[in-house]
Each structure stands twice: as C-alpha cells, then as structure tokens.
Write a protein that binds this ligand. Structure first.
Ligand SMILES: Cc1cc2nc3c(=O)[nH]c(=O)nc-3n(C[C@H](O)[C@H](O)[C@H](O)COP(=O)(O)O)c2cc1C
Ligand code: SF4
Length: 425
C-alpha cells in the first residue's frame, strides 16, 4: 500500500525542496485554510477528523487546539515535538529529513487555527542533520512568503525556529521540552497547568508531535470525512508503525489504525526472523508492557492495545523471538531508564537504580530469594509516586516480563539458567 498521508510522495526525488513539494500540491492546504476557512472552522475540521496525537498519549488534537484558541492570553505558540526519544521509534525522522515542508505546512495551519505567530520545531540533541535540513526548509518557505508576515497576502503572520535540546529522553516529555526550550535543565513541570494554558513562557501553547502535524494538510485539503474513512472508530487515519527486533523486514510502515499485530508482523515486516517462534512484542517501545503470541490478533489503535494490557505509545514495536532471555531484556531496558531518569524525584531516581541492582543479581544468579517480589513491590511504589510519565511507565516492561516469563527469572535466581553469568563486576 502506497503511503497515503504522512509519507505520501516521500519517494519523489527531491521532495525535500519547496519547489517539488509544491508541484505535488504542497501548501495548497494552507492556501485553502487561509482563503476559505475561519480559524474556528479549521479546529472543527480537525476535531471532526478524529485526529489524535501521535506522540504517545493519543490525546485529541482538535480539542487541544480549541483549548489553546479559547485561552485569552497572548502570544500563543506552536511547538513541534521532534525529540523522538523512545527506543525503537524512527517514524518522525523521515518526515524531518525527507519531507520537512509537510510538517511546516501543518504547523502553519495550526498557527492560523489557534492564533499563534511563532512556532518552534524542537529536535533531540542528536538530530544535527534533521535540524540543518529543517532550517533550510524554513528559510525556503520564508523566501517564498509562506512563513513570515502577511503569508499569501493575508493578515496572518507566522515564524518558525528550529531548536535542538541537549539530547535526553526526558526532553521529549512536553513540560521538560518547554523547560529546555526556555534554557533551563530539561526536567518536568508539575501539571496542571497544562501547556494548552501555560506552555512556552507560561503562554497558551499547542504542542504536538511531528507526525500529528503532518496529518493536518491532508485533513484540510481532502476533508475530515475522507481522512476518517481510514482507521478505526476512535482513531482515524494512518500511523507510522516502527517495527524492529527479530523480524525479517524491520522498518517504518504507514498503515491505517485497525490492522492487527499479526498482519503487521507477517504481511508487512516479513515475519519472524529465521523462522523462529515469536516470544513477545513491546508494542509501544521501551516503556510499554509486552504482549505475548496470544495477543497477535489485537487491533492496533490506542484503546485496543490498552485493553490488551499494554499501550500503543509511539507505535515502536519491538519484536522478540525465542530463545531470547527475558531477564537480559528486562535488565537492558531497566538500565536505559536508570540512565535516563532525570533525578528530580526520589521514587524514579532511586527506584530505577534499585531495579537494576535487583535484576543484575537475578541475572548473575547471585540474588536473594524474594528479589523478584521485591521488584514487583518497588514497581508499584514507583508507578504510584513518580513525578512524571517516565517514572510511571518505566517499570512496565520489567513487570510484564516477570508476569509472562517468571520461570526464567526463577531459573536465573537459582543459578539454573544456561545464560546465567556468575562473574563479578
Ligand atoms: C518520558 C516521556 C517521553 C516522551 N517523548 C516524546 C517524544 O520523544 N516525542 C513526542 O512527540 N512525544 C513524547 N512524549 C509525549 C509528550 O509529552 C506529549 O504528550 C506529546 O508530544 C504531545 O503531542 P501529541 O498530542 O501530538 O501526541 C513523551 C512523554 C513522556 C512522558
Ligand atoms: S519520574 Fe523520573 S524522569 Fe520524571 S521527574 Fe521523576 S526522576 Fe525525573
């Protein structure tokens, strides 16, 4: 299936340039919005399209924009979250590098809808090349009168900046991103207030993921009904599914919400590597609970994956085949979160360290009886008391691995596992 929305025309040579993007109909949606629609009508169309955020939480985008547009405070801001920090997520980068004008056009339409005059694309620290490409695209759009003052001759001004944060996973969390953008350490703010009312410089801010904005030109140009003809009742449109790990064809696939996990693995990602047995899948990246082969027929949209006991998140599917050791997988994920915990609150700062310590002992076969249950107790405390989403979710993968593969943890603990290492250090 050709990419219908977010990656549409991405194969076209030099679609990165403004000229080729415009030849393919680029900026026609912005033109339509400015000429034929009021800002409120744009918000209504996005609401009608049932667009939900692609950054992880699946929050309705039209509602977010409505909240921003109705806040009397000014100035208002548009922020594109281009952090893409979840391990296994690589769906935004193709947009940033190959079709950056789709993002810029989506942001400009959002700015018109909420009454913002400034926008920032916030990239992760490591995204040096995407940031360079984006700056070039912004300059091209300014030169052509598609950004700046009196865009397309209308009483509409919108400018875009590109900013790189320091390169920490937590900077993808929206309030940490705002802190970083304001020049402070990237650590979460207390919520509420939410960014819709108190975002950048405490002003109303529509902060969305790159993929979310990239859906908007299609919604405006082709209409909400056409857009929502793809997808499911609750989640319309398509999703950039990233699939990695033990599959024959890892990559990013733009497919409608509503396909099954089985369909994605078998028919798009080429099935499990080397004909091995599927062991489990983390459907929403490193912070999601794993699903087992019993869940292969789960429909991929936010509510269905949640009902199956996990989360779709940024749709970074990490596929694990037999005979992978799940204690090793848990330990690696736990080490990632120990490293990325920002340290602001004790439950996460200490909890991630203690989880690694306990798992390390289990893996080496040097742990104590009761360590597995101690991890589960610790997890419930961290989940309930951590300050932000990182701490609340980081324990999910470990808990789910224990739930589904407890026997492997016990074998390790008792020194019976074949892959158990006894060495010190
Ligand atoms: C620890 C953590 C990391 C996050 N990282 C990202 C990220 O890299 N990119 C992203 O778009 N959203 C990320 N989010 C979600 C954002 O906080 C926010 O919900 C999202 O950018 C809103 O955009 P959307 O409504 O379009 O999804 C993260 C959330 C948490 C808790
Ligand atoms: S939960 Fe973790 S990442 Fe979030 S504020 Fe606390 S220490 Fe920082």
């Amino acid at each position: 299936m050709a990419a219908p929305i977010i990656y549409r025309d991405i194969e076209t040579p030099n679609i990165r340039s403004l000229a080729v993007y415009r030849e393919k109909g680029g900026y026609k949606a912005l033109e339509k919005a400015l000429n034929d629609m009021s800002p409120a009508a744009v918000v209504e169309e996005v609401k009608k399209a049932k667009l939900v955020g692609r950054g992880g939480a699946g929050f309705p985008t039209g509602l977010k924009w409505e909240l921003v547009s109705k806040d009397p405070a000014t100035p208002r801001y548009i922020i594109a979250n281009a952090e893409e920090g979840e391990p296994g997520t690589f769906k935004d980068r193709p947009i940033l590098e190959q079709i950056p004008h789709r993002l810029i056009e989506g942001m400009a339409i959002a700015a018109y809808a909420v009454g913002a005059e400034e926008g920032v694309i916030v990239c992760r620290g490591e995204f040096m090349e995407p940031a360079r490409i984006l700056r070039e695209a912004v300059a091209e759009a300014e030169e052509a009168g598609l950004l700046g003052e009196r865009i397309m001759g209308k009483d509409f001004t919108f400018r875009v900046w590109v900013y790189r944060t320091a390169g920490a996973y937590i900077c993808g969390e929206e309030t940490s991103l705002l802190e970083a953008l304001e020049g402070k350490p990237g650590m979460p703010r207390i919520r509420p207030p939410f960014p819709v009312n108190s975002g950048l410089w405490s002003k109303p801010t529509a902060l969305n993921n790159v993929e979310t904005f990239s859906n908007v030109p299609n919604i405006i140009l082709e209409g909400a009904d056409s857009y929502s003809s793809l997808g499911t009742e609750k989640n319309a449109g398509t999703k950039g599914y990233c699939i990695a790990g033990h599959v024959n064809k890892p990559g990013v696939y733009e497919l409608p919400f509503g396909i099954t996990l089985r369909d994605l693995i078998d028919n798009h990602a080429g099935g499990i590597l080397d004909g091995r047995q599927l062991k489990c899948v983390f459907p929403g990246g490193a912070s999601s609970s794993c699903l087992t082969p019993d869940n292969l027929d789960v429909v991929l949209d936010f509510p269905s994956v949640a009902a199956a006991g996990s989360m779709l998140g940024s749709a970074a599917l990490m596929v694990v085949a037999e005979p992978t050791c799940m204690v090793e997988v848990s330990l690696r994920l736990a080490r990632f979160f120990r490293h990325e915990s920002c340290g602001k609150c004790i439950p996460c700062r200490e909890g991630t360290c203690q989880t690694v310590r306990l798992l390390d002992g289990i893996q080496r076969g040097t742990g104590r009886k009761g360590d597995i249950d101690e991890i589960l107790d610790l997890a419930s405390v961290v989940r309930q008391s951590a300050f932000c989403g990182l701490g609340q979710a980081c324990i999910n993968p470990v808990v789910s691995c224990i739930k589904h593969f407890r026997q492997e943890f016990e074998e390790h603990l008792e020194g019976r596992a074949a892959c158990c290492r006894k060495e010190e250090g």
